[in-house]
Ligand binder design. Structure first.
Ligand SMILES: [Ca+2]
Ligand SMILES: [Ca+2]
Length: 94
C-alpha cells in the first residue's frame, strides 16, 4: 500500500483521535465523547487553541441532541468549527 498523502494521514488522525478519547475513562460508551473525555482531549490535543477553557462552550454548542456527550457527527462539527476558526485567523494575518 502506498504511503498516505498528508490529507489522508490527517483524516486518519482525526478519526483515530475520536476513537481514542471516546473510549477513555469518562464513561462506559466507546462511541461517544463525554464531557470528561472532551476535557482530556482539549487539554492534550488542543492546548494552543484554548484547551479546557473551551470545554463548556464547545459542549453546549456542539451537543446537538443534548444527550451530554459528543457522537461522531457532533465531533465532526467541532473539527469543522475549529477549521473555520483557523481559516478566519489566517485571513486576518494576510
Ligand atoms: Ca466515551
Ligand atoms: Ca450529543
Amino acid at each position: 500500500m502506498q504511503d498516505p498523502t498528508p490529507m489522508e494521514a490527517g483524516l486518519a488522525i482525526l478519526y483515530g483521535t475520536f476513537v481514542k478519547y471516546a473510549s477513555g475513562e469518562g464513561d462506559n460508551d466507546p462511541t461517544t465523547i463525554s464531557k470528561k473525555e472532551l476535557a482530556k482531549l482539549l487539554e492534550e490535543q488542543l492546548p494552543h487553541l484554548g484547551g479546557k477553557e473551551m470545554l463548556d462552550c464547545l459542549m453546549k454548542n456542539l451537543d446537538a441532541d443534548k444527550d451530554g456527550t459528543l457522537n461522531f457527527m457532533e465531533y465532526c462539527a467541532m473539527i469543522t468549527t475549529l477549521s473555520m476558526c483557523l481559516h478566519m485567523a489566517c485571513e486576518q494575518c494576510e
